[in-house]
Design a protein around this ligand. Structure first.
Ligand code: RBF
Length: 350
């Protein structure tokens, strides 16, 4: 009996040893990959993907990174438009403990993720289009939207003072924002105005706020009233609301400027200028780093024109077709000044 017991105990020990070490051996062997080994990524979209350029790029970049790596999975979660619920949704995601990385994007996210981080200190975050330094589990990547909005305003100035069919006598241009937030009020709006006034010192920016990121009908009303008041070019940063601005411009004969991604195909001849941020490439590169264990957390970077991450899309056929060469040439010179460092517009973050 005693010997039998000993055999039984040693059999159990051997079995236990294999149970513990087998997954390790398999993962070292690289041939057998279990699901637990996959690098699991959640993309939290604070809003909805459709119609918002930065979110479309976010999902695209992260998906590409996962596809290019041998063993990564991506789940996209749309947080919807109720911003009060975002912290709860993000907390629930972190609480599952299932994700090696949560990726998200917009200037309000670093603070929200930082709060979630207090309860789940092992959860790693990568936040695009946001800025926060010093959280050892968070990496942020911001774009120089001061340069970006300046280039948009400078272009608006060239168009409104130029000879294009719908340009009107007064240098009055519009900016429609989905909502007011610090980067909009302190960076984008003043830089857009600075760009405009670099062409027309008496230029005026009519600023309107939609109050959400989806109501195209209301966006049409706001754009209509701006155009009726003498505005001939409108920069729209309003997510799904952007379509309403296009509708108004088409109806009344005005121009639309796109932000973040090339918008020319949205309405050829109406969307005549577009700044771009390569958020998709930044999301791709940083996610690849994270998958490979090379992403440095705790850092906050700002990428601009000279880095190749902020630009004005002057390569599109519709741009070349609709915008006179004199305007294109002058605008290109301004982009060059930023690229070479002849003009410096640092991003100021409070
Ligand atoms: N931009 C969008 O295009 N769609 C959105 O749904 C959206 N939601 C936002 C919510 C908050 C709280 C904040 C601060 C910004 C949001 N933005 C949105 C703006 C976006 O982050 C970015 O500033 C602009 O797209 C300009 O690059």
């Amino acid at each position: 009996m005693k010997i039998n017991t000993r055999i039984a105990v040693s059999t159990l020990l051997v079995a236990a040893f294999f149970l513990v070490t087998a997954p390790l051996v398999l993962s070292l062997g690289k041939t057998e990959i279990t699901d637990e080994d996959a690098f699991s990524i959640a993309v939290f979209v604070p809003g909805v993907v459709e119609g918002s350029p930065t979110y479309e790029m976010l999902v695209d970049g992260v998906r590409r990174a996962a596809a290019d790596s041998e063993n990564a999975s991506v789940r996209v979660i749309e947080g919807g438009f109720n911003q009060a619920q975002w912290i709860q949704s993000l907390t629930s995601l972190a609480a599952t403990g299932e994700y090696d990385l949560i990726v998200s994007s917009n200037p309000s996210l670093p603070e929200i993720a930082d709060e979630v981080s207090q309860s789940f200190p092992d959860q790693n975050f990568l936040i695009l289009d946001g800025h926060l330094e010093g959280n050892p589990n968070m990496r942020t990547v911001m774009f120089n939207q001061r340069e970006q909005a300046f280039l948009s305003g400078y272009f608006a100035g060239l168009v409104t003072t130029g000879e294009m069919a719908n340009s009107r006598a007064s240098a009055r241009v519009g900016l429609l924002a989905g909502q007011e937030y610090p980067i909009m009020n302190d960076v984008i709006r003043p830089a857009f105005e600075l760009g405009l006034r670099s062409v027309a010192s008496d230029g005026i920016v009519e600023f309107r706020v939609l109050g959400n990121w989806f109501d195209a009908g209301r966006a049409t009303e706001l754009a209509n009233s701006m155009i009726d008041g003498g505005v001939d070019v409108i920069l729209t940063i309003a997510g799904g609301g952007n379509q309403g601005v296009i509708a108004a411009a088409r109806e009344k004969g005005a121009y639309v400027l796109w932000f973040d991604s090339p918008g020319y195909d949205e309405a050829p001849g109406i969307v005549i200028g577009s700044t771009i941020v390569r958020l998709d490439d930044a999301a791709y590169e940083r996610t690849v780093d994270a998958i490979n264990g090379r992403l440095e957390y705790g850092r906050a970077e700002i990428l601009g024109v000279a880095d190749g991450f902020v630009d004005f899309d002057d390569t599109h056929r519709e741009y070349q077709r609709n915008v006179p060469e004199s305007i294109r040439t002058r605008h290109k010179q301004m982009v060059e000044r930023l690229r070479t460092g002849d003009l410096v517009l640092d991003m100021i973050i409070r």
